[in-house]
Design a protein around this ligand. Structure first.
Ligand code: M6R
Length: 363
């Protein structure tokens, strides 16, 4: 049931601190010093390449994980959408591990990609929320998410739980490769353990999203921009918004704007800037200034709102500071809330958006 909530999507957004904590609980040892994976039928240390394949929101989880695996495990990562993957005759590495990410575990293209990889002799893993699903049965190993049943067509809690699993996996792989010391592992585990409480803090300020939703609801087009590990969150924000509010939205890497999309900017186009104070903040800020100079209405999501003069912004949302293992998970929350409240402004059917099905079992 929806409990006190008006929609399943709203309920599922607010469940995230609990289900992410549940999920992390399965991948962190109880004394909080180590990451633990289910027993693997192969040696993680000898894996030479990671291939991540998924659709939609699950693909954006894969896109975030690419940064983590490259950083912590220094292993080549390839990411693709499932409907493209097998048709391009992918190049598999010897001792490659292919990870398929799917809430339902039934998405036709992702399942077909899994079968393709298995056929080619790759190690296969499925990150699924439904452990009785076809992908769970067919993959060599399952890395489950413990999000509970997700009913809203727009994926929210499954996404952040996928990210939690992928974060733990990335650290585990770094440890297996001998690249993460036990001290560093401890620090990263602490960061992960702190995440659910930080998620609650962000959700507690949801009121501040409503004014932003009112500000953007009449727009025809909206851009989301981010850099680095937050670039996939910009794309996820755009997908969530278009899916349930039917406003045209696109996510871009902030540095790409001047290569084309900036031509779209005028006073009618809101731009959601996802700009945490990581090493890329200055670059993001200068990209946002270029938008403001062309009268774009910039809304800033940041833990450092002072980076741009408040008076020049169309809105802002204050975030806690976090390390790169948890920051993208935290920034997923305001983009979900923004889609939700904008859809409410528009009066669309939040849980059952037009033309969409919860599980896409045709190719
Ligand atoms: O069940 P899956 O994770 O395989 O589903 C993949 C996509 O269909 C799904 O994430 C879709 O993009 C969502 N409706 C996004 O909110």
């Amino acid at each position: 049931s929806k409990g006190n909530h008006r929609h399943f999507m709203q309920k599922e957004i607010f469940e995230q601190p609990v289900v992410v904590s549940q999920t992390l609980g399965r991948y962190l040892d109880p004394i909080g010093t180590q990451v633990t994976l289910p027993k693997l039928p192969f040696d993680l240390k000898s894996v030479t390449k990671i291939t991540l394949v998924a659709c939609g929101t699950s693909y954006y989880a894969a896109s975030v994980a690419r940064y983590w695996i490259e950083k912590y495990a220094r292993t080549p990562v390839e990411v693709d959408i499932a409907s493209e993957f097998r048709y391009r005759d992918p190049i598999y590495a010897e001792n490659g591990l292919c990870i398929f990410i799917s809430q339902s575990g039934e998405t036709a293209d992702t399942l077909a990609a899994l079968r393709h990889a298995k056929e080619a002799g790759q190690h296969t893993a499925a990150i699924v929320n439904v452990t009785e699903s076809t992908m769970a049965r067919e993959a060599d190993i399952i890395l489950p998410t413990y999000a509970g049943t997700e009913i809203g067509v727009a994926s929210t809690k499954a996404f952040t739980c996928q990210l939690a699993v992928l974060a733990a996996f990335s650290v585990a792989m770094g440890v297996a490769k001998g690249l993460i010391s036990s001290d560093t592992e401890k620090t990263l585990v602490k960061e992960l353990e702190h995440l659910p409480a930080q998620m609650s803090t962000v959700l507690a300020t949801e009121e501040n999203i409503k004014a932003i939703a009112a500000e953007i609801a009449d727009a025809r087009d909206i851009l989301f921009v981010g850099r680095g590990i937050h670039f996939p969150i910009a794309m996820e924000g755009a997908l969530k918004l278009k899916e349930i509010s039917y406003i045209h939205a696109e996510g871009y890497a902030a540095g790409e704007l001047k290569h084309g999309p900036i031509a779209l900017i005028d006073e009618n186009v809101p731009v959601i800037g996802i700009a945490p104070s990581d090493g890329l903040l200055d670059k993001s800020v200068s990209n946002l200034q270029e938008i403001m100079a062309r009268k774009g209405r910039v809304v800033l999501f940041s833990d450092h709102l002072k980076s741009l003069p408040q008076a020049d912004l169309a809105g802002s949302f204050s975030m806690p500071s976090a390390g790169d293992l948890t920051s993208p998970i935290l920034y997923a929350l305001p983009v979900q809330l923004l889609a939700y409240y904008t859809a409410l402004e528009k009066g669309t059917d939040v849980d059952q958006p037009r033309n969409l099905a919860k599980s896409v079992t045709v190719e």
